[in-house]
Design a protein around this ligand. Structure first.
Ligand code: HEM
Length: 136
């Protein structure tokens, strides 16, 4: 597995742990209400598990397994995938800051823009690996 995938998947696993911990606390609170302010963490639970775990895991595995026939052994435009990794994680914490930590709707909005940038950079990286040479 390439080193970048290793780090992306490790990051995804950390988000899974954080997201499930918050989810478990929310579930426990639904059973025996012990800390009503916990509901302020629901947006973080959703963000950490949807973007931090599911989307990030997908990017990590995709970087590893997408075809690289033409450029063996290196993967093309690897720097785009690295930028996507950084942008995704910056975006996630901006969204968590804008929601759970009430930093404001603009922080949330910028967070979403940064996450979109991450997806676009990863798409730019992946494009060279999924285009059929016959049709190029
Ligand atoms: C990848 C895994 C998961 C994802 C993507 C996820 C996502 C979500 C989403 C989108 C909501 C909001 C649902 C709504 O507003 O109707 C939610 C709520 C919640 N999740 Fe998760 N979740 C995951 C795993 C878990 C786990 C493992 C637990 C507990 C151990 C958990 C506990 C909760 C609780 C207690 C709520 C609040 C439900 C309510 O509104 O009453 N989640 N989750």
């Amino acid at each position: 597995m390439p080193r970048l995938s290793l780090w992306i998947i490790r990051a995804a696993l950390v988000y899974l742990l954080l997201g499930i911990t918050i989810g478990s606390l929310l579930l426990a609170h639904k059973g025996i209400p012990f800390y009503p302010l916990l509901w302020g963490w629901l947006p973080a639970h959703i963000e950490l598990l949807l973007m931090g775990w599911i989307v990030q895991l997908t990017l990590g595995v995709a970087f590893w397994i997408l075809p690289r026939y033409w450029q063996r052994p290196r993967r093309p435009s690897e720097q785009y995938a690295r930028i996507a990794f950084v942008l995704l994680n910056v975006g996630i914490w901006l969204v968590v800051a804008g929601t759970t930590f009430r930093a404001g709707v603009w922080v949330l909005f910028v967070g979403r823009l940064v996450e979109m940038g991450a997806v676009l950079f990863f798409a730019a990286h992946a494009w060279g690996r999924v285009v059929s040479r016959e049709g190029a």
